[in-house]
Design a protein around this ligand. Structure first.
Ligand code: FES
Length: 574
């Protein structure tokens, strides 16, 4: 069904009208060998590509861009590839989170300023997913997300290795002396065997699944391994489909409704997904004009079973999940918890998309009668240590710590922690609560993934593998442990975490959803009066813009001037 006429295309304003400016646009297109036969009256599709030589997760995206182009051409559109900042999680410092909103701005303005009618977004490594969706939602042209896909399972001596999760595990074993340097080097050789994103249920896998459940990826697309031929077919299919979406004028904000966000949250918790998804979902909802707060995550988590048995919460990896039926199979089992009328980019409702989807391995995708855990993996904590909330992934911690009180061992910042954590004289016991300050959105800066503080070496040697840790940082989605994260407001701006001192008693109560500092209010008031703000990290540049504009974790860490769905004018063409 064609709802839109060629002269109603956005790109027509550049190429189709008869005036001086369109002469310039057409003549410069001809300079590239592109004539009216190529482009006239056709939707122009931006293939926004976050490929880079410094992003191993996206190493195949040049090839995928060509496959998307093939699909666009087959369907009667005209593809143009636009490079965008890559946000390679492993190499960018201090953290890609510092640049999530930068990429979101770039995507929005690339689409706004150029003669394009819609977009296929190529991304996948952690922050690229929310960033590109945030930008595309703000611009609100028809869009499909094409995920990079997970890499193959890792391998060491026949043992399966999972991205991130097994790094932390074997690093702890190396420090405990149970493996040697040669073992460690062999793990390094075997843990990343192909292009693609981390293959545990880290942030990349979680966000891709969430975006698919919310309707922005073609059905089943988020589960396909990057090096599977089905991934190439997904790219071409995305190229074909975006042309239809433009003629039918289906835009992101038609799809990303409040119900779709509920579906996204439900999917995240049923997967035992990354805690980072909370920050990103809130930020994406802000761009779509949907009110989503921390409380909604807790409500949904309490009533949603954890069905995916995938690391770090469970035992398997994304490749196993794909063979077991992938996301459509999991969503079919969850269907009673989902809004099935929601639209998807496929043109079918979510209910139609998942209808009849089969699971082929009940160990990987558990049934409702035999869930991996009876409720979701995420909990929102509040208390005098986190008045605006904090997060814990209780599906991936030792249950004995769900209710725990212990004395604080405080680190002023990451460097202080790194310098002292393995000091034999550190006054720490298995009952201690490790506290890290200055790791939030402004203090980190960029809220780095430091929240899984390492277990002190002397405790590792005693066999300790988990203890309560608290910070205003985030944690890698591949991490695990009793880590209280995203404490808001953050310590750098004077949140209560700033007032914690060595020896203070801290109580974690996950069933009661509490995190409290058991210190006399009068003592806390004295500490507050003596507290002075730290020196700012930046006095110029992008970092200054970030520090002035970023919201706290409970509000999604978006920039105040980017939040909301108020319209931004289309550019004048003259
Ligand atoms: Fe790219 Fe994990 S490092 S997804």
């Amino acid at each position: 069904m064609t709802a839109k006429k060629p002269e109603e295309l956005r790109s027509h304003r550049w190429f189709g009208v008869k005036d001086l400016r369109s002469f310039g646009h057409r003549s410069r297109a001809k300079q590239m060998g592109i004539t009216a036969d190529d482009i006239g009256g056709k939707p122009v599709i931006a293939i926004v590509n976050t490929w880079s030589d410094l992003n191993p997760c996206h190493a195949h995206l040049r090839m995928r861009a060509e496959e998307v182009k093939r699909g666009v051409l087959q369907a009667g559109g005209f593809p143009v590839e636009l490079p965008a900042m890559s946000l390679g999680e492993t190499f960018m410092k201090p953290t890609t989170m510092l640049y999530r909103n930068f990429l979101a701005m770039e995507v929005e303005e690339l689409l706004r300023s150029n003669p394009v009618d819609g977009a296929v977004l190529l991304g996948g490594c952690d922050k690229t997913v929310p960033a590109m969706i945030m930008g595309a939602t703000s611009m609100n042209l028809p869009t499909i997300f094409m995920p990079a896909g997970p890499m193959l399972r890792g391998n060491w001596h026949g043992k399966v290795l999972g991205s991130g999760s097994d790094v932390w595990k074997y690093w702890a074993e190396l420090r405990a002396g149970t493996i040697n340097e040669r073992d460690w080097m062999e793990v390094e050789d075997g843990i990343a065997r192909s292009f693609g994103t981390c293959m545990t249920m880290g942030t990349a896998s979680t966000m891709a699944a969430v975006i698919e459940a919310m309707g922005m990826i073609l059905p089943g697309g988020s589960s396909i391994p990057a090096s599977d031929s089905g991934h190439s077919r997904l790219a071409a299919a995305s190229g074909r489909r975006i042309v239809d979406l433009i003629w039918q004028d289906v835009k992101p904000r038609d799809i990303l409704t409040a119900e779709a966000f509920d579906n996204g949250v439900t999917t995240a918790v049923a997967l035992g997904g990354s805690t980072n998804s909370i920050v990103h979902l809130i930020a994406m909802a802000g761009r779509a004009g949907v009110a989503l707060d921390l409380g909604r995550f807790d409500e949904i988590s309490r009533k949603t079973p954890l069905l995916a048995n995938i690391r770090p919460s469970g035992a398997f990896l994304m490749e196993d999940f794909f063979y077991a039926g992938g996301l459509p199979a999991l969503l079919a089992r969850l269907s009673g918890h989902l809004h099935l009328d929601c639209k998807t980019v496929s043109g079918r409702s979510l209910g139609q998309v998942i209808s009849g989807a089969q699971s082929y391995n009940d160990e990987v995708i558990r049934t409702l009668e035999n869930p991996f855990k009876p409720d979701g993996g995420l909990a929102i904590l509040r208390g005098n240590l986190a008045p605006d909330g904090a997060v814990i992934k209780h599906s991936a911690m030792e249950p004995r710590l769900l209710k725990h009180s212990g004395p604080a061992v405080v680190f002023a910042d990451y460097n202080d922690m790194a310098a002292r954590i393995d000091n034999p004289g550190l006054p720490v016991t298995p009952d201690s609560v490790l506290v890290l300050k200055h790791a939030g959105p402004i203090g980190g800066p960029g809220m780095p993934e430091w929240g899984q503080l390492p277990i002190p070496k002397k405790l590792l040697a005693q066999g300790v593998r988990d203890m309560v840790r608290i910070s205003d940082a985030r944690m890698s989605g591949t991490s695990y442990g009793a880590c209280v994260l995203h404490v808001a407001p953050e310590s750098f701006i004077g949140g209560p975490l700033a007032l914690v001192e060595d020896g203070d008693l801290i109580t974690l109560d996950v069933p009661g959803r509490r995190i409290d500092l058991d210190v006399d209010p009068a003592v806390l008031a004295r500490r507050r009066a003596a507290w002075t703000p730290p020196e700012p990290h930046y006095v110029r540049g992008y970092g200054l813009l970030h520090s002035r504009s970023v919201s706290q974790a409970n509000r999604g860490c978006d920039y105040d001037f980017l939040e909301g769905s108020a319209p931004v004018p289309e550019p004048e063409i003259h």
